[in-house]
Write a protein of this length. Structure first.
Ligand code: NAD
Length: 506
């Protein structure tokens, strides 16, 4: 266990609730109805990426803690207080949680900003707002989960009659493991459909950003969910995520993170035949057609890559511009990049915050160097920004081949690679030429070309004249190595339900 320590003074303009939460310093995790430390007392530091100070510590859970959390989730799943709730009662709990999230929106946003580095204003308008609306959207489904009745044609019992029907049942205990780029939102993408369907959950937030999950767990209890329906265990991937996703007591694993770890989790899930959903990495193209106004394209491309410091699974990290407007769009994009105000997320005038960690900053700067070594021209940015905090300049790379590593591999930072193209077939082939297939955007008002291009793009989402826009009703998930299964929309519900067939001889 780390020695007790003091935390740096918190910024003066924090809300009282955020200040009170953060002033606890040493946080506990939620198992059943108890806020607990880890079984061996070990702790993890949580850093503020804007100034590298220690913001908090959280328990470094052990596999024994994972066992306890899964047992608590199992007990809650079977307890009448949850299993026998009527759908309208479950719906009411989800709606109450959404209300509480909105009532605590500023607090959640400030904690998210300090923990992850992102803008608090954006976190409030996007992360918290989308999370609350997702709980509301899923609350709407709670009373509409239904099977069907079927006329069966059983030939070998002509003298009998049969009634056949299907029913949907909650899959059981869900193990949810999420990444650090949208901590609250990713947790909500798991919790909302799981709770809507009557499952119980053990959530493991990313070790870099566990704080809003702990705050959300408080709200879950305040909303009136029975203890054990939601459990939060904190810690790193190998010590906590791996035992949770391999646990034989878990019926469904839902994971958001890298493709590399997703493959490990998928293989482990197969051993237990655990249901699994994987939301993984991306290398999403932004495709600017010939007719698009260059200024509109540059502004759109800037938003597509620099939103959330480029730490977005579907970030527009490859920019393909028709050769006619290529120079102009790249020059305008570089001007955008250079004009962005860099700084910590509590100042609403800052447009680009720090990356989440030193490791991520070094990874992104390492990729910029790889780009340079492979011949890329650095049109904007290209280095760390400042000496304290994990800031990286918004970067534009150009003049590099489709097969270069910076074009093929996910960088997950504020780095876009620009390339000119000649015609639709060529750009469609290049757009599809990575292992990923999460998102893509097309910028054009030439409807005929846009409609010809959409079916050629192998990705789970195609945006037209926008990028990174999500809605609870629209399924989101990857083709190819970007994942398996969908978040959001009705499709997400099915991932938390088993379908039982009933055949009755009458
Ligand atoms: P990561 O895969 O390293 O970690 C994600 C989570 O998995 C963390 O909670 C981590 O502790 C845990 N983990 C790590 N090793 C594990 C293991 N062996 N077993 C079980 N759990 C383990 O990813 P990251 O670097 O934190 O996140 C960035 C990645 O997430 C990017 O690739 C990004 O594209 C992806 N992402 C995808 C989506 C989507 O919806 N498709 C959304 C956000 C982020």
């Amino acid at each position: 266990m780390n020695a007790p320590h003091t935390f740096p003074p918190l910024a003066a303009d924090l809300s009282a609730a955020a200040r009170e939460f953060l002033a606890r310093g040493h946080h506990q995790m939620l198992i059943g109805d108890q806020w607990v430390d880890s079984s061996n007392g070990a702790r993890l530091d949580v850093l503020n990426p804007a100034d590298e100070s220690r913001l908090a510590t959280v328990p470094a859970a052990t596999s024994a803690d994972v066992d306890r959390a899964v047992a608590a989730a199992r007990a809650a799943f079977e307890a009448p207080s949850w299993a026998r709730l009527r759908p309208d009662q479950r719906q009411r709990l989800l709606l109450r949680l959404a209300d509480l999230m909105e009532a605590n929106a500023r607090t959640l946003a400030e904690i998210e900003s300090l923990d992850n580095g992102k803008s608090a204003a954006v976190a409030e308008a996007v992360d918290v707002a989308l999370s609350a609306s997702y709980f509301r959207y899923m609350a709407g489904w709670v009373t509409k989960i239904e099977g069907s009745t079927l006329d069966v044609s059983i030939p070998f019992a002509p003298q009998n009659e049969f009634v056949g029907y299907t029913r949907k049942e909650p899959v059981g205990v869900v193990g949810a493991v999420v990444a650090w780029n949208f901590p609250l939102l990713l947790a909500s993408w798991k919790l909302a459909p799981a709770l809507a369907t009557g499952c119980t959950v053990v959530l493991k937030p990313a070790e870099q950003t566990p704080l809003t999950a702990l705050y959300l767990a408080q709200l879950v209890l305040e909303a009136g969910f029975p203890p054990g329906v939601v459990n939060v265990v904190t810690g790193d991937g190998p010590s906590v995520g791996a035992p949770l996703t391999r646990h034989p007591g878990v019926n469904k694993v839902t994971f958001t993170g890298s493709t590399e770890v997703g493959k490990l989790i998928g293989k482990a899930a197969m051993d237990n035949m655990t249901r699994v959903t994987l939301e993984l990495g991306g290398k999403s193209p932004v495709i600017v057609l010939e007719d698009c106004d260059p200024g509109v394209a540059a502004a759109g491309a800037s938003q597509a890559i620099y939103f959330n410091q480029g730490q977005v699974c579907c970030a527009g990290s490859r920019l393909y511009v028709h050769k006619k407007n290529y120079d102009r769009v790249v020059a305008d994009l570089a001007d955008h990049a250079k004009s962005l105000k860099i700084g910590h997320g509590l100042d609403a005038s800052n447009q680009l915050g720090p990356l989440v960690s030193q490791e991520q900053m070094e990874r992104v700067c390492g990729y910029i160097d790889i780009g340079r070594q492979q011949g890329a021209e650095v049109v904007a940015g290209g280095a760390r920004a400042g000496e304290r905090g994990y800031f990286v300049q918004p970067t534009v790379l150009a003049g590099i081949d489709q097969k270069a590593r910076v074009v093929q591999e996910e960088i997950f930072g504020p780095v876009v690679v620009a390339m000119p193209y000649d015609d639709l077939d060529q750009v469609a082939a290049w757009a599809n030429d990575t292992p990923y297939g999460l998102g893509a955007s097309i910028w054009s008002n030439d409807l005929s070309r846009v409609h010809r291009l959409i079916p050629k793009i192998k990705s789970g989402t195609v945006w037209v004249n926008c990028h990174n826009m999500l809605d609870p009703a629209l399924p989101f998930g990857g083709y190819k190595q970007s994942g398996y299964g969908k978040e959001m929309g009705r499709a997400a519900l099915d991932a938390y339900l088993e379908q039982k067939s009933v055949l009755m001889m009458v």
